[in-house]
Design a binder for this molecule. Sequence first.
Ligand SMILES: O=C(O)CCC(=O)C(=O)O
Ligand SMILES: [Fe+2]
Length: 703
Amino acid sequence: MWQLHSCYPFGGLVRQPIYVYLSKEININVIRHDGSNNATPNLYKRLGAGYESENWGLATAQEFEPVPRICRLILAVYEDDVRNPQWAPEGGYGINPDWVILRKDYGDNQGRVTPYMIYLDHDHAEIILAVSGLNLAKESDYVVLLDNKLGQAEFHGGYVHNGLLKAAGWVFDAEYEVLRKLVAENPTYMLIFTGHSLGAGVVALLTMLAVHNRDKLGIPRNKIRCFAIASPRCMSLNLADTCTLEEKKLRDPRRLYAPGRLYHIVERKPFRLGRFPPVVRTAVPVDGRFEHLVLSCNATSDHAIIWIERESRRALSLMRDRDDHMEIPAKQRMERHESIAREHSEEYHAALQRAVALDIPQAYSPSSYGTFHEIDVGEDSGRSSEGSSFFHKKRTQSWNEFVGRLFDVDDSACKDWGFFHIINHGISKDLCSQIHYLSKYLFSLPSEAKLKLGPFSSIKSYTPHFIASPFFESLRINGPNFYVSAKSSEEILFDKHNSRFSETLQEYCSKMADLSEKILKLVLMSLEDGFDTLFYDSEFNKCHGYLRINNYSAPERLEEDQVEGLGMHTDMSCITILYQDEIGGLQVKSHEGKWIDINPSEGTLVVNIGDMMQAWSNDKLRSSEHRVVLKQPLNRFSLAFFWCFEDEKVVMAPDEVIGEGNKRVYNPFVCSEYLKFRENNQRGRFEKVGYTVKDFAGIRSQL
Ligand SMILES: O=C(O)CCC(=O)C(=O)O
Ligand SMILES: [Fe+2]
């Protein structure tokens, strides 16, 4: 029932090891590694993560940069007066006392939660709420930590630690108004929740509360982040998405885990005396959901924040040295980042496979969050400025800066053509090839099998030949839970359970969803600086995606020199992201009515503007007519990911978008009404042209 832990004191104020009893469900994650500490071996085994990080990828300096400074901020919470510090680590806290907004101690918090501080970091454009760790001398802290039974507290479809949730709720209620004011005054700043030990558990749940109550804070989801340093297990797997899996217990959905991407600070050389240079290993969560939200930093030989601060600082400086050495040849640097991205993706895949293999209940919740390796690849690609006039002037905020580096887009592409290419998008060739391979098998099944998903079935995910064209068939995977959608088709199609299909599609679609959000913001920026911040959250935050896997069978005879594989149409989406294989055949119609080839190019995705953006932008963006022609007797394959408004969305161009002196050219309309209009018109069905958004809601066409 109880487990003896060896822990260093919390907050780093007492330097001798002491022992503390913790319940099984709320283990503080003290994950030892490399044999550098010989205490409590059973604990590590039981946690199932003791030696796991050996195979994890190396963290990059860029992603790990905030950890040491954030640790210092947590340490500062222990100071009664930061102007006269008593416990400052080497080099000080690195904070400006004038930027401390408030500090609440045990008295202020009535023992409901450990002391915390709100700090406005103008240097890093961050609003930070930092919660200190468990104080061994405070009974009230134990009350918080021990207040949990298996399955006691449910939260948004999962389970969380009851005492920590209550503590998080207390902080949220006490501070959301302060935070909202800070957010309103500093709209470009990130909102960061951080804490150590018990405080890490509190902030992990506080982050979830903040995300679910964004309206109270007035902040978009992607501006909220959490660093949970040495977090206790505080949420069930479907919420936590940890890779530290306790395999035997995975089947119990009530069991709690430490959330998010994990960083282990590892001392490299085992069984030696003295300290060795630390390295940081990292692992992505199973689902990727919390990757932008919760980081979990597990120190390996010691739980104390003072140790984590020091070792993370040392590790960061080593990483930077390593990067500097590698900086000279840009190619090598890129390769290194690519290999890190690959390692991360392999490890992500392995974690996903493990979760699926073990059939974890609810392990496949929708994922619209991104992954770090995509950021890594993009950020260091060096493609940011040259040749892209679009982004030169627009890098005002750090987020914009990051997305700006991801893509090579020209705004005239959106406005004049409605089509553009993106590179550097983080979708690996390997992932597309896997889907291609699995799809080949799927489409090679006999028609009777595929028609079990056809227009007359209950699921209706398969469009057979002769509906859009004699050569075209497709399978649709719906969001937001792509895994479930793919699985329901897969279960009908394949006799044997084949989770690889759904897994791979889930991975692709969640990456696509993430990419769509980023691209949409870029498209808004292309309309005008600041439109992304002004409109994304209010207008586009309920967008959802679906994937269509398109298979074009090879025409047997090419009577003319080409046949139409998919007729001329516009997409009904806001934007579409298209992967096409090497066969070619996609064409877009120019203003002059000429068909222009959009040739495939390896590593490139095609993005096109859909009808909804054309209407929403009052024709500033163009939803171009396009089609697919088959010029060779070869099979063709493509993946079209459509990012769409929610059905009930009223599509109406904002006045700022229309611009002074310009006329509104569309009547406001409800999204689902337009979809119905297209569905119900024979010529508009399956996205054939004829009845477009102009015919439906265009003001001029009604005159
Ligand atoms: O297959 C292609 O390249 C294009 C497909 C497309 O336009 C669509 O699915 O809407
Ligand atoms: Fe299309």
